[in-house]
Design a protein around this ligand. Structure first.
Ligand code: ADP
Ligand code: MG
Length: 702
């Protein structure tokens, strides 16, 4: 849900009250520039943003219940400064409770505080985490609670350091008092009725001020109608956009390719191997799309090593055979170059002209390439996604293949369509995901799965070591690394800063070199120039480098068949899908391959579980399921990487049944009202406009 929408409405005649919710947080009482900075750090800019920034939990102020924090009630007796053994001064106040004494302690205090707060003989309610100090219960830095607040619910918000929760709460209250009435409903009435959901105003208010313990409990277990409403809403708009996009793709007139049997026979002649059943099935799906006169939007999912590349090449060749140009996009330059190397062998035998365009191509050569593309002298161009954004023009672009589908977004499609191209689009992902997630993530695409590996693959043997056993792991590598075998040693990017990363990698490189004195060791890291990287990977693949020490630039997709061992340092720092990708770098030939996971001695329980999952599962889909279970949807692959929308309320696992329901609801709505032009769907139309601004035309409304 896009709750951080701070766009001002363009209609200036709207009432002042309406624009209040779009005015800056400094319009709230007591919010000056300093607090504004705090708000902005949380991406809260307008009063509407405040209204839609919900608490992440609540606390109930109940005397002496066993919460993580409790209220101690007692009469103030005396206080004074005590010195700790380390010579620090602490202000200590002692209270008499009905069953004994407790103390409150302040480590950093000044002359007036807290002594000025306390009056002898008065009753106090002190709130905080209870520990023991000098053998009686004690609270450090307690909060002094008013009697009338006992039993009340307080909302806990994420606030930046140095920002006071009290000011924050006051701001929320002020924002709601004045702004809530101007919040527009975002779900149509018939949906609210169908599920008995509260309207948006009541729902917002309940989440900020649940008031009763019962409400808090049902919000926290996600059952409260106010919370359920927002879960539904989030999934609803996600699904609505997917289905609209899908409809607009299928409406989109595409190229009707001819699949010529003789040409397929010609391709068959030059194939280095026989396709697996899984590959054939997927290729058939693609051909079925290509022959239709609508635009193809298909995603190929397949485990690492399942052979997606050849599928891409064959379908691109068919497009070229039909007189069109094709583009092959890779997520990184290294992979673009590798694709190019493989493609060259394949396409040259079919008399297809291919070309590589990356940022390392000189300007002069770029100009030449651009001209050739426009003239149609290049059939297939390979490069990174930047290629789409360059000012390249094609003579007749008809087919696009993109690796790592999530990086090929609405934006890039729009650029293409704006240039007047309507190519078939084939996306490939090397990150298998469970069906449940695919449904949500790729609802707008047709999906095919390559469900088997090429024959003769021997499953990789995975072993786990602790960092203190690194020599054992090295010995093992030493033993198996004879003549033609090669090894990757992977070191995670430990520090964000390039300098430190390089230092760490260089240090490991020196150690490895020393240990494996008879071997040739290479070092690959992110700071190297593309040329140097290329040379090194080339040497690793074709000549005498035995061990490649690398930071994580050896990304998904690098294909060096002789590599039979991969040793991963600090394996606990990687996500499961990344570990699986790395493991997929070996076992690309008929030799037994090994993956050695070196985990820190101080590994967490969660890290331990991930290592266990790696030992147990070889199948990417199974691992992905395990991953999803281990993490909860929280940070599956890391949100950025998966293109997963930020979900504030919904949970892909817990809400799986609801997702089905929402899908049906949305489909019913769009069946009746394809472009959301009916009056009862005004709310949906307006909300999409607000969320997607100029891009809505792209998925067929407005
Ligand atoms: P990925 O699906 O991970 O992209 P690749 O396309 O790189 O996998 O294929 C992995 C390896 O398997 C490559 O070396 C490729 O040549 C080989 N390969 C692909 N399909 C087959 C097949 N049907 N039979 C034998 N080897 C194959
Ligand atoms: Mg087509």
């Amino acid at each position: 849900m896009n709750s951080k929408d701070n766009k001002l409405p363009d209609n200036k005649n709207k009432q002042a009250a309406f624009s209040f919710i779009y005015s800056p947080v400094t319009d709230l009482p007591g919010i000056g520039d300093k607090s504004k900075t705090g708000f902005n750090r949380l991406k809260i800019y307008t009063i509407k943003d405040v209204i839609f920034s919900f608490p992440y939990r609540y606390e109930v102020l109940i005397p002496a219940t066993l919460n993580e924090k409790i209220v101690l009630t007692g009469t103030y007796e005396y206080s004074g400064i005590v010195r700790t053994r380390k010579g620090k001064s602490i202000y200590k106040a002692v209270f008499k409770a009905h069953n004994g004494y407790f103390s409150c302690l302040w480590v950093n205090f000044n002359a007036n505080y807290p002594s000025s707060l306390l009056q002898g003989g008065s009753l106090y309610y002190m709130y905080g985490t209870v520990t023991r100090y000098e053998n009686i219960p004690a609270i450090f830095h307690p909060e002094i609670i008013n009697e009338e607040d006992l039993g009340k619910v307080r909302s806990i918000y994420t606030i930046p350091a140095g920002f006071s929760i009290t000011i924050y709460r006051k701001s929320v209250k002020a924002a709601l008092d004045k702004g809530l009435n101007n919040i527009n409903e975002t779900l149509p009435e018939y949906i609210l009725d169908k599920y008995d959901f509260p309207n948006i105003k009541d729902a917002v208010k309940t989440l900020h001020f649940p008031e009763t313990k019962e409400n808090v409990a049902s919000i926290m277990n996600r059952k409260h109608p106010a919370y359920a409403r927002f879960i539904y809403e989030e999934l609803f708009y996600l699904q609505l956009v997917m289905q609209l996009k899908r409809k607009s793709y299928t409406k989109g007139i595409g190229i009707k390719f001819n699949i010529d049997k003789n040409y397929l026979e010609e391709i068959n002649q030059i194939m280095p191997f026989k396709l697996t059943k899984g590959q054939k099935k997927v290729l058939l799906d693609i051909f079925n799309d290509m022959v239709k006169n609508k635009q193809m939007n298909r995603l190929i999912q397949g485990d690492v090593g399942s052979g997606k590349t050849i599928i891409a090449f064959i379908s691109a060749a068919v497009a070229v055979y039909n007189g069109y140009q094709a583009v092959i996009l890779a997520p990184t330059e290294v992979l673009a170059e590798q694709h190019y190397d493989n493609a060259e062998k394949f396409f040259s035998r079919l008399n297809i002209n291919i070309c590589l365009l990356t940022s390392s191509v000189t300007r002069k050569n770029k100009e030449i390439i651009k001209e050739k593309l426009l003239k149609g002298e290049i059939d297939i161009i390979i490069g990174t996604h930047a290629l789409i954004e360059y000012d390249v023009e094609f003579k007749k672009l008809g087919f696009i293949i993109a690796d790592e589908q999530h990086r090929f977004g609405v934006h890039q499609r729009k650029i293409l369509i704006d240039k007047g191209y309507n190519p078939d689009i084939l996306l490939m992902t090397a990150t298998p995901i469970p069906r449940t997630l695919a449904m949500t993530l790729y609802g707008d695409l047709d999906v095919s799965v390559i469900d088997e590996l090429p024959p003769g693959r021997i499953p990789c043997i995975t072993k786990a070591y602790r960092a203190s056993q690194i020599n054992k792991a090295f010995d093992f590598v030493e033993e198996i690394l004879n003549d033609k075998k090669k090894a990757y040693f992977i070191y995670p990017l430990i520090d964000e800063s390039d300098k430190l990363e390089l230092k760490a990698a260089t240090k490991s490189y020196e150690e490895v070199k020393k240990y494996f004195s008879g071997k040739k060791v290479g070092l690959l890291h992110g700071k190297m120039k593309p040329d140097e990287k290329r040379q090194l990977l080339h040497d690793f693949k074709y000549s005498d480098i035995d061990i490649l020490v690398s930071t994580t630039v050896v990304e998904v997709g690098v294909d060096v068949p002789e590599a039979t061992v991969i040793l991963i340092e600090n394996a606990e720092r990687f996500g499961l899908s990344q570990l699986h990708q790395l493991r997929g770098r070996v076992g690309r030939n008929d030799m037994q391959s090994y993956c050695l996971l070196i985990a820190s001695d101080k590994i967490s329980e969660y890290g331990e579980k991930r290592i266990k999952a790696m030992l147990e599962y070889k199948d990417g889909f199974k691992l992905a399921e395990a991953d999803l279970e281990l993490r909860g949807q929280g940070d599956f692959f890391g949100t950025k990487q998966s293109g997963m929308p930020d979900l504030q309320f919904a949970d892909i696992i817990k809400d799986i049944h609801l997702i089905q329901q929402v899908k049906t609801d949305v489909a019913d709505i769009l069946d009746e009202d394809t472009d959301l032009s009916m009056k009862k769907n005004n709310i949906l139309y307006n909300r999409l406009k607000e969320m997607y601004k100029d891009s809505t035309s792209y998925f067929g409304i407005g």
